[in-house]
Ligand binder design. Structure first.
Ligand code: GDP
Length: 297
């Protein structure tokens, strides 16, 4: 289901503890596999990584945990190629770039949208925000507060109104005003696939009618502390609509977000941004090397 849960993934240096100061052995490799699973990278990935290392060890290419550690880091970093991290954009002169943001309530969607506004404003892009989640008055209110501070206008609907109608009005306004980027906030309270799919496809349809090629980017907000449940969320949203990237939130806490490795493995979704706190400035582009370093520390 879509509910939150999972213990998160405070690995507390478990991977390093397993490897450092030890010769490699079947037992060490088994412990490594367990530590990787605890770090949320997914069972399949953990087994693959262990097997690769085991093969190298059997061929005599690596003898100790200290030698294995940088190899393991390299293998994990390789899950996230360079070209993944840029935001897609509309062709020059083709009208606004449209970014749709999805995710379950509580994942940090409202905050992440404010962060995206900040990132785009810092790039001197003009932004229009569409509050398509018409059921959460408090979230719309919060979004409005951030938007005002960041100098971004918001298109809102009536409470409980049709989210696609808001998207329609916002797309028309974005074209009329000639803004660079239209950001669409979508509802995240849906617990079954059908309404989620219906709503997202309706929003996509009305937007694409006015802005060819839209949405150019569909970012899914995933909370780093949800553990393995993040894979379920990513799967449900990917089945409902074409997701193009992950915004990984709450990476400033004890959770290390190993879940994005499992998501990458299962659904081939790149990570574009990470959330590092509660204000619009607490955002950074995803950096695979730094991410893997933190996963091991
Ligand atoms: P939404 O329900 O998905 O729109 O989630 P919100 O944006 O309202 O965020 C839920 C809670 O998580 C709020 O208390 C946010 O301040 C907090 N939050 C969101 N992103 C981050 C983050 O990157 N780091 C931390 N520490 N808290 C975050």
């Amino acid at each position: 289901g879509l509910s939150r849960g999972g213990a998160g993934s405070a690995t507390g240096g478990a991977i390093k503890r397993v490897l450092l100061g030890k010769p490699l052995s079947k037992a060490v490799l088994r412990d490594l596999e367990k530590a990787l699973i605890s770090a949320d990278v997914g069972v399949k990935t953990a087994i693959e990584l262990r097997k690769d290392l085991e093969a190298m060890w059997e061929r005599g290419e690596v003898a100790t945990g200290d030698e294995a550690l940088p190899m393991l880091k390299e293998q994990l970093v390789a899950y996230f190629p360079d070209e993944d991290r840029t935001l897609a954009a509309a062709a020059p002169g083709a009208g606004p770039t449209v970014i749709l943001v999805a995710g379950i309530n509580g994942a940090g969607k409202t905050t992440s949208i404010a962060k995206l506004c900040k990132v785009l404003r810092d790039r001197e892009q003009t932004v229009l925000l569409a509050a398509c989640d018409t059921f959460r008055a408090a979230a719309v209110e919060q979004l409005g507060v951030w938007a005002e501070r960041l100098g971004v206008q918001v298109v809102r609907g009536s409470q409980g109104g049709d989210p696609a109608a808001v998207a329609f009005d916002a797309a028309a306004a974005a074209v009329a005003r000639g803004v660079d980027v239209l950001l669409l906030d979508t509802a995240g309270r849906l617990h079954t696939q059908k309404p989620l799919m219906d709503q997202l496809s309706k929003i996509r349809r009305v937007v694409a009618k006015q802005i060819p090629g839209a949405p150019h980017e569909v970012l899914l907000v995933i909370d780093a502390t949800t553990g393995q449940n993040g894979v379920n969320q990513a799967r449900v949203f990917s089945e409902a609509t074409e997701v193009t990237g992950i915004f990984l939130t709450k990476l400033d806490g004890s959770a290390k977000g190993g879940i994005v490795v499992a998501i990458r493995e299962a659904l081939n979704l790149p990570v574009k941004f990470v959330g590092l706190g509660e204000t619009p400035a607490d955002v950074a582009p995803f950096e695979p090397a730094a991410f893997v370093e933190a996963l091991f520390s």
